[in-house]
Ligand binder design. Structure first.
Ligand SMILES: Cc1cc2nc3c(=O)[nH]c(=O)nc-3n(C[C@H](O)[C@H](O)[C@H](O)COP(=O)(O)OP(=O)(O)OC[C@H]3O[C@@H](n4cnc5c(N)ncnc54)[C@H](O)[C@@H]3O)c2cc1C
Length: 323
């Protein structure tokens, strides 16, 4: 199984994320080039195997400790699969869970880890990974030349098999139930509860226009004017992290590395400097318009249109025009 590509299925209580299918598509392509198979490891949700197409095999491991994410349990199980099956490469979604697991697995099995991977290609017996560094400001090219490697992959980096038009998405994989490793009944940590985000708030990832505010807004009271403009544009308000940290807007409105990744048609910013952690969440917006009094602010590096006018002059003027 040395040339196989193993994908860890990313799921929440059996609901697979889109990233899993994107990784399966890439695994199939790489396995085709290196003479192996695309294999999916599905932990704690055997019934979700039916959601996976395009892979050669799905390995299901079921145990109560795997139903929710307990790092100890998932790492033990993944390590067990990696040691038994010895895949050439392990692909994991670059989520908070994936970054945690990827680093743990790398330390446990001594395989190199490339985090924030955005491209992968086979080059002879090597696998070349292109990864973001410095919050996406630079890209690093890494050759994984040994017999083991791990990549955590940024969501949206690859087309899902059905999107690619290649037709590789068709076909049900073989499903193999693998017994859980020893030690899952004897963990030092346990899962207590899942804290779900507050319901009822807008989903900023689905918005076509977003009006986003940053620390330049100065105070919560000043949000009112921007809210008026956003309402006139039919757009929800989103924000940089200082605004949600201060509790001026809910966490569900935060854009960026530790918030949500958005890709609206139009993203308008007021008083946001454009720190790498913010850009990570919005740089793929189709049209970015930035208002920042500091002409050297990095937000202007990604903005298609920008102005250094004071936001407190611009917002009411725009609201008048649009309203
Ligand atoms: C691990 C980690 C994760 C993080 N995750 C995120 C994340 O998910 N999202 C995120 O946003 N940040 C995140 N951050 C924080 C990030 O590094 C920045 O601190 C943050 O994005 C800065 O927010 P800001 O642009 O609103 O504030 P600032 O950087 O303080 O910028 C405010 C801007 O407003 C401008 N301004 C001031 N007054 C006016 C005015 N009157 N009119 C117009 N412009 C004005 C200023 O010129 C300035 O550029 C993270 C940081 C870390 C370490």
């Amino acid at each position: 199984m040395a040339n196989d590509i193993l994908v860890l299925a990313d799921h929440l209580r059996g609901q697979l994320s889109d990233t899993t299918l994107e990784l399966v598509g890439k695994a199939k392509e790489l396995a085709g080039a290196t003479g192996g198979q695309a294999v999916v490891a599905l932990l704690g949700a055997p019934d979700a195997a039916g959601q996976i197409s395009g892979a050669d095999t799905v390995l299901t491991v079921d145990h109560p400790a795997l139903a929710d994410y307990i790092p100890e349990a998932w790492e033990k199980t993944l390590l067990h699969l990696v040691n038994e099956r010895r895949p050439r490469l392990v692909l994991i979604a670059n989520t908070t869970i994936g970054m945690d697991l990827g680093a743990g697995l790398s330390a446990a099995c001594g395989a190199p880890l490339v985090a924030y991977t955005v491209r992968l290609e086979a080059d002879g017996s090597d696998i070349i990974a292109i990864a973001q560094v410095y919050g996406g400001k630079l890209l690093a090219e890494v050759a994984l030349s040994g017999d083991r490697g791990i990549c955590t992959v940024v969501a949206g980096s690859f087309a899902a098999p059905d999107d690619s038009g290649a037709g590789d998405g068709a076909g049900s994989p073989a499903v193999e139930a693998v017994p859980p490793p020893a030690g899952l009944d004897d963990l030092r940590t346990s899962f207590l509860a899942m804290v779900e985000p507050e319901g009822g708030d807008v989903d900023i990832t689905a918005a076509e226009i977003l009006v986003s505010v940053g620390r330049g807004i100065g105070s919560q009271d000043n949000l009112e004017d921007v809210q008026e403009l956003a309402d006139a544009l039919g757009a929800p308000l989103s924000a940089s992290r200082p605004i949600t940290d201060a509790g001026w807007l809910p966490k569900t409105r935060q854009v960026g590395k530790s918030g949500l990744k958005v890709k609206p048609k139009v993203y308008i910013t007021f008083g946001i400097s454009g720190a790498p952690e913010h850009l990570e969440g919005m740089r793929d917006a189709e049209l970015i318009i930035a208002c920042n009094t500091d002409g050297a602010a990095p937000i202007f590096d990604v903005a298609h249109y920008g102005t250094t006018v004071d936001l407190f002059d611009l917002v009411p003027a725009l609201a008048d025009k649009v309203g």
